[in-house]
Design a protein around this ligand. Structure first.
Ligand code: ADE
Length: 238
């Protein structure tokens, strides 16, 4: 069982987002437990302030350290990173993080037992949170979102669908884009002819060796077209 806690100032943002498809099934099967927490509930002052003006001046607000420290102390049991229980990952979602890759999601799915996702907002989060609490700073791409919430949803989905027993068919994650360093091949379903457009003959003839060869060639072709940057190493004919 993977335990996943989300820390956000907008808990309602998450609504039913974890109640569909693979994530819903994984929750019902007891493979994952997901809880969303309002950072405001950990604020100690009478106005429940979660942000304040930046030292040194400048625009915008910075999320305060204390409510996040208190949340981690309650959820993990300590704010001392060296004393986190084995398999604990405290993640800061921010555009300054390491770019999310399938390998990172896979590593979390394999090794993590408790993941806390901190959703930053405003101009940033007091850096002492990163210095002291955070084990992994992760970005979902080279663009700036208005907060880490969509990124937390993306990371959760990428991890949960890789948990053992979460996917319907054992093999379906193995053929994912990126899991072998290539994008996925094209797929077709019935009818064999739709509005005059046909399905490649090779997929209809039942020759599995030929089908696998075709799929690999198409995956390479798609990768060459859309993501030539992926074509180094094994397939590095670029
Ligand atoms: N917060 C704002 N932008 C982000 C990004 N690109 N990835 C993760 N968290 C973010």
């Amino acid at each position: 069982m993977l335990r996943l806690d989300v820390l956000t100032i907008f808990p309602d943002f998450f609504g039913q987002v974890f109640d569909f498809g693979i994530i819903r099934r994984a929750k019902l099967a007891g493979i994952v437990e997901i809880n969303v927490h309002d950072i405001r509930e950990f604020a100690t002052d009478k106005h429940k302030m979660t942000d304040d003006r930046p030292f040194g001046g400048g625009d915008g607000m910075v999320m305060k350290a204390e409510p996040i420290f208190l949340a981690i102390e309650q959820l993990v049991g300590t704010s001392n990173r060296d004393e986190y229980p084995p398999g604990t990952r405290v993640v800061m979602l921010s555009p300054q993080g390491k770019p999310l890759k399938q390998a990172i999601a896979s590593e979390f799915a394999d090794d993590a037992r408790h993941v806390v996702l901190i959703c930053g907002r405003y101009e940033g989060v007091d850096e002492r949170v990163n210095e002291t609490l955070v084990t992994d700073e992760i970005s979902i791409g080279d663009y700036v979102l208005s907060g880490g919430e969509p990124a937390a949803i993306v990371l959760t989905d990428a991890i949960v669908r890789l948990l053992p027993e979460a996917l319907g068919s054992e093999t379906s994650a193995e053929n994912d884009s990126f899991s072998n360093g290539l994008l996925d091949c094209p797929h077709y379903t019935r009818p064999a002819e739709f509005r005059g457009m046909t399905v490649p003959e090779v997929l209809l003839n039942g020759n599995h060796a030929e089908i696998e060869k075709w799929r690999h060639e198409k995956a390479l072709e798609k990768t060459r077209q859309n993501r030539p940057d992926l074509l180094t190493g094994e397939y590095g004919e670029m």
